[in-house]
Design a binder for this molecule. Structure first.
Ligand code: NAP
Length: 519
């Protein structure tokens, strides 16, 4: 975490060195207006939530949350560690006894209240997301609707956690299967969807009767805290949902080491996911992981050009390329290559970059300086190995962490940009000849989250969907996420599924009850 804070500081410093006016350490007008609006409706919480009480760090430490578009400080937030994490685990453990014994209908109605409050505050929450994460306001408000949809869906599913009766192998026995909540859940979430990555975990956990300790990203804790405030208002009892943030390693280790925590659910980088999986072994916790992707987006000769353009732009440039299901490699068949690449480049050239609060902006800043340097270094590596920049390829003249939407061609699957997630607005284009070659290139990676194909052939749609080693396949569609469908990856992109009826399984234990002497 502290490295990250240094990254933010570096960002501001670099901005200064680029000779662009800076507003570091003071609030700009937009930040000020939004902050005062959020304060007036009680949605600017800056302390952790433990046992239903807003709590300072025990040693009084805080860290700053910045607006990535301006460098403005939005707020100082409690910087917590081991002690607070342990207190939060203990609160969640005690609350579990009561919460898990409520009727499903009771839990459902409280989740429904929470959903209603999230929707009532869609505008304010959207503004808060834009403020601390940077995505354009329209996209941020879209995230509130998407994030809230998990709470609504699981308010409904809470009532459908059925068990089973198994036909017995002996006449005097009766065999039952009960589904019971796993217990206290530790949920660690990233900054790219500050609300939705939390609700996608907390919704099913609470529906099943689990209680939760959430550790949001240090970049975007304010949205998590605002959502938690609304959860309190909705009648979710103290201790059922706790939020602690600050020292990621200390909080993470406390969650891993505690025998009271029965499950770790994580969304974030593959590297941290592997550490958590290893750390969970000591206490044999259930683990679900939503990790990084390396999505191929395959455009076949027989694709509808307009559909392919719209779909690939959406999947590549949503959230400035900072989503785990963003296309990381655009594979284009040779027959449509020239036409597609030129139309795609034109469209990318016209994407409006700027502060997410500015009307018409579709590309906000990247989250931090490290993200800019990653994009730059991947592009340099590709150029050194023969790739060509068609559009963009460098920092945007707006400074800070704004980056030019970029298209590079003549990319091969050996370049860094095709091997790893760039997590920025850079679209590498790879030319291929045959369907077999496209499948081979697409599957030649350790990741396996999302893949996209564009084709008008029904046979090819099935054939390629089945051959792709990915948990999610979009066919002629670039935006695939929804609360009603299972989301998750093959290979090193993760374990388990979120959303849909399958998302509940991650928070349930299966208990077999064998009753004898029943003849
Ligand atoms: P990250 O660096 O792995 O951080 C994710 C979370 O883990 C943050 O809350 C972070 O805390 C925390 N963390 C970091 N080190 C930790 C440790 N040693 N122990 C416990 N927690 C620790 O990932 P990110 O940069 O925020 O997110 C981007 C990544 O998430 C990308 O790879 C993306 O593909 C992936 N992602 C996957 C999905 C999916 O559904 N598969 C969805 C969204 C994003 P701090 O921020 O406080 O350091």
């Amino acid at each position: 975490m502290f490295t990250r804070i240094i990254h933010r500081a570096t960002k501001i410093h670099n901005h200064h060195s680029l000779n662009i006016p800076r507003r570091q350490m003071s609030m700009g007008t937009t930040t000020e207006t939004v902050v005062s609006r959020l304060k007036s409706c009680g949605l600017l919480q800056t302390k952790g939530l433990i046992g239903g009480k807003w709590t300072d760090a025990s040693d009084g430490r805080t860290f700053q949350v910045n607006n990535p578009a301006t460098g403005d400080v939005i707020a100082s937030v409690a910087c917590m560690g081991e002690k607070e994490a342990k207190d939060a685990i203990s609160s969640a453990y005690h609350a579990f006894g009561h919460w898990s014994k409520l009727t499903a209908a009771d839990r459902s109605s409280r989740l429904r209240n929470w959903y209603n409050l999230l929707i009532q505050h869609k505008e304010e929450l959207g503004q808060l997301i834009t403020l601390e994460q940077g995505k354009p306001l329209k996209e941020a408000i879209g995230e509130v609707g998407y994030g809230a949809s998990f709470i609504e869906f699981y308010a409904e599913e809470a009532k459908r956690v059925y068990g089973d009766v198994i036909p017995s192998t002996l006449p005097d026995r009766r065999l039952f299967v009960l589904k019971q909540p796993v217990g206290v859940v530790g949920a660690i979430t990233p900054w790219n969807f500050p609300l939705a990555m939390i609700t996608r975990k907390v919704g099913p956990a609470l529906a099943c009767g689990c209680t939760v300790v959430v550790k949001p990203s240090e970049f975007t804790p304010l949205t998590a805290l605002a959502a938690a405030e609304l959860a309190l208002q909705s009648g979710i009892p103290p201790g059922v949902l706790n939020v602690v943030m600050g020292d990621a390693t200390k909080i993470g280790n406390s969650l891993l080491e505690s025998p009271q925590v029965r499950k770790i659910t994580f969304t974030g980088s593959t590297a941290v996911g592997k550490k958590l999986m290893a750390g969970a072994a000591e206490t044999v916790k259930k683990v679900s992981l939503e990790l990084g992707g390396n999505a191929p987006c395959i455009v076949f000769d027989d694709a509808d050009l307009e559909v392919a353009l719209k779909g690939s732009l959406a999947t590549k440039f949503r959230n400035s390329g900072q989503t785990c299901v963003c296309a990381n490699r655009i594979l284009v068949q040779e027959g449509i290559y020239e036409k597609f690449t030129s139309a795609f480049s034109n469209a990318v050239q016209n994407l409006k970059v700027g502060d997410g609060f500015t009307e018409g902006v579709v590309q906000g800043p990247l989250i931090n300086e490290a993200a800019v340097q990653k994009a730059d270094s991947f592009i340099q590596d590709a150029i050194s190995k023969g790739a060509k920049v068609l559009v963009g390829g460098k920092r945007h003249s707006l400074g800070f962490t704004f980056y030019e939407p970029t298209v590079i061609s003549d990319v091969t699957n050996e370049m860094l940009i095709a091997r790893q997630e760039v997590f920025g607005p850079v679209a590498p284009v790879i030319k291929f000849k045959t369907e077999e070659e496209a499948i081979q290139i697409a599957n030649d990676t350790n990741a396996g989250l999302a893949a996209y194909i564009f084709t008008n052939s029904i046979q090819r749609s099935w054939r390629v969907s089945e051959a792709l080693e990915y948990g999610i396949v979009g066919v002629n569609e670039g935006v695939v996420s929804t609360e009603v469908a299972p989301f998750g990856g093959y290979k090193q992109s993760g374990l388990g599924r979120e959303g849909s009826k399958y998302g509940l399984d991650e928070y349930l234990e299966i208990k077999y009850v064998c009753m004898g002497n029943m003849g």
